[in-house]
Structure formats: C-alpha cells, structure tokens
Design a protein around this ligand. Structure first.
Ligand code: APR
Length: 251
C-alpha cells in the first residue's frame, strides 16, 4: 500500500522536508485557491491579489479579504498539521516549507517553518511602516473600506504576504532551496504545484535523486516524478503516515 511505502521512506529519513499548500488547511475550514470551490474560481487573482492592483486600489484586495478573513482567523490546526509537527519532533522532518500564510503550522507546534509567501497575521502601512495584527484590521473592515492606518491615516495597509507580482522573501527562498538540496525525502502536501518558484522546491530535491512523496486530493503535474502518490485528505493520510513512520523498529 502506498501509505506503507511512504512511511518506510520517512522512517529512514532524518532531513525530510515537507512543502505544503492550501490543501493542508482545507480541513481547517479555509477554502483553497484552485480546484472545486477554490477562491480563484470566484475571483480573478490578478484583479484582487496582485501588487499592481493593490497599489492602484487597495479596496479590491480588502473587499475580498473582508469575506475570507473570518474563516482564516477562526481556523485551527487539523490532524495534518499536527502530524507534521510530530514528524519534526521525532527527528524525521527537518522543516516545513509552506505556501500558506495562515500560521497554522506554528499553531500546531512546528518549530522550523519557512513561510515562502509571508504571513497573513500582520498588516503593514506602506506610508509610515506601522505594523498591526490582521485581527484588529479585520474588525475595522465593517466600517472602513479600505482600512486606514491607525497612526498616519494612510490607505495602503498591506498584509505581510507576497501578492502576485511581488518577489518572495529572499531569506525564505534561500533557506527553502538549501533544505531541498539537503533533503533525504521530499513530502508535498495539499498543493496543485502550479505556482513558481514554490513549485521549484520539490524539483530541486528530485534532481538530487531524493525520493518524492505527494499527498494531495487531486493529481498534480509532478505525480509522474514521485516515488509515492497518495490521493486523499491530508488530515486523514498524514496522521497514519506519521504513526507508521515512527512505529518502533521501523527507523
Ligand atoms: N487534503 C489534501 N489535498 C487537498 C485537500 C485536502 N483536504 N483539499 C484540497 N486539496 C488539494 C487540491 O486538490 C489542490 O490540488 O490541494 C491543492 C490546493 O491547490 P491550490 O488551491 O492551487 O493551492 P496552492 O498549491 O497552495 O497554491 C499556491 O497560489 O494562489 C496562490 O499564493 C497562493 O500560496 C498560494 C499559491
């Protein structure tokens, strides 16, 4: 069975890396971007989540964020997040490299988390640099659109996430690429693997001859490169995988 083959690979790993996407947070109530019911099936990502549009009209971003915000802010880690934190604790996983900005890996207890697309928990004023929590800004959206900086009154309050057209945090990219080069197993969870340069991470590992495991609800463009492909729900597959990989006598 695939989950057993994947567990054997992980059981022997000491520097495994997990690349996660929106799919790992779907069972926490946060809609994904692509696939059935994905955010980009309702909105044009360039119109609502690109830096160019944001600098012309921040309201385009914030009016969508007003709707999506409550689900993201109320979300809690699910068994998938906890399973990865457990694999780090048991010394199999070196780090989680995530495309998600929801902060749920941290909440689940993962220590080494590389946030490739930044964090959605903070918002920064592009005029005066003031930072404040997303939770506070979310409350103002009921009566202020776009939200204003509480210090300078500026109207360019930008979430500390990477919008389309923006470059990724250089430190995070460098860390992620180094982890991929040194990985002894690459585990992709809940990503359509169509957004670059994040999707380069598993490719770096594959080019090094590192076995690739993919856990995703649907097929991805990299399935043919993988040693093991498991089409399923991350919150169900990962706990079983972690349990089998950490069973005594399997290391
Ligand atoms: N368990 C496992 N996989 C799931 C689950 C689940 N419970 N639910 C959905 N999926 C899969 C979907 O089949 C889909 O292939 O997760 C994948 C999510 O893909 P996307 O929505 O494209 O998310 P992601 O790959 O993270 O997107 C990358 O694109 O929009 C930008 O910046 C945004 O970080 C994001 C980036």
């Amino acid at each position: 069975m695939s989950v057993h083959r994947a567990a054997r690979l992980l059981a022997g790993a000491h520097r495994a890396v997990a690349l996660t996407g929106a799919g790992i947070s779907a069972e926490s109530g946060i809609p994904t971007f692509r696939g059935a019911g994905g955010l980009w099936t309702h909105y044009d990502p360039i119109k609502v989540a690109s830096i160019d549009t944001f600098m012309k009209d921040p309201q385009a971003y914030w009016s969508v964020a007003r709707e999506r915000g409550p689900a993201v802010l109320a979300a809690e880690p699910n068994p998938g997040h906890y399973a990865l934190a457990g694999l780090e604790q048991s010394g199999h996983l070196a780090a989680v490299v995530t495309q998600n900005t929801d902060g749920l890996h941290h909440d689940a207890g993962s220590i080494r988390v590389i946030e490739l697309h930044g964090s959605g928990r903070t918002v920064q004023c592009l005029d005066c640099g003031t930072k404040e929590s997303r939770r506070d800004v979310q409350q103002r959206l009921e009566f202020q659109m776009p939200p204003r900086c509480r210090i300078c009154g500026g109207r360019f309050l930008k979430p500390t996430v990477v919008l389309f057209g923006e470059s990724m945090p250089p430190g995070a990219v460098a860390d992620a690429m180094q982890l991929a080069e040194e990985a002894d197993v690459m585990l992709v969870v809940g990503s359509s693997l169509v957004v670059y340069p994040a999707a380069d991470i598993p490719l770096i590992a594959v080019r090094m001859g590192t076995p690739l495991i993919i856990v995703n609800a649907e097929s991805t463009p990299f399935d043919s490169l993988a040693e093991v492909v498991i089409h399923g729900q991350a919150g169900e597959v990962l706990p079983e995988l972690a349990y089998l990989a950490t069973m005594p006598g399997d290391g």
